[in-house]
Design a protein around this ligand. Sequence first.
Ligand SMILES: Cc1ncc(COP(=O)(O)O)c(C=O)c1O
Length: 207
Amino acid sequence: MSPDPLTPYGNRPMVTPIVNAVNYEYASFDVLRQITDGEIDGYTYHRDDNPTVRAVEHKVAVLEAAEDCIICTSGMAACTMVYLTYLKAGDHMIIFHDTYGANYKVSLILERLGVDITWLDADKAADIERALRPNTRMVFLETPSNPLCKIVDIRAVRAAADKVGALVVADNTFATPYHQKPLDLGAHLVIHSATKALGGHNDLMAG
Ligand SMILES: Cc1ncc(COP(=O)(O)O)c(C=O)c1O
């Protein structure tokens, strides 16, 4: 983890400062190049990243035992980012009925973009093998589901997904990393509606 740019001498503020800046200045053009090429951590524009948001990303990554984390403006923004990043026309996705309802709306857009979608009941997760296709690129699950608390065995889904090299994405909103770490159970990606238990106070929206 790179040193906090706000505290070059190590005397860190007790409370993470809220940085409102939209743009940043650079010591040299090369520093800007290194940041935009991803060679060093740094900030260029609020939509890409921000020191306050980055502090949250580091903390969530630690909680989920993840390599890294991206904070989005909502849980559905996080889901949509995952779909649009990893799926393309001609791909097939398996998604469980008990995932959060707005995924259905996004699935209609994905179908319009040429992604084939199979919906499976979480009670019948063992049927996943029959739903797999050679072009299945993603299996999207939520466990325990909100609010019916249906359980999907992440390890079993990963074992099936490995047969066709599909990504396993787990929505961990309901359990939170306090109770369950989907990455340790075999998921490739974990997403949250941080608007819920992760935020904890009904006063923020994030994913
Ligand atoms: C399990 C789950 N995932 C995703 C979402 C979507 O999150 P957001 O409302 O932050 O967009 C919700 C919202 O209720 C949810 O309960």
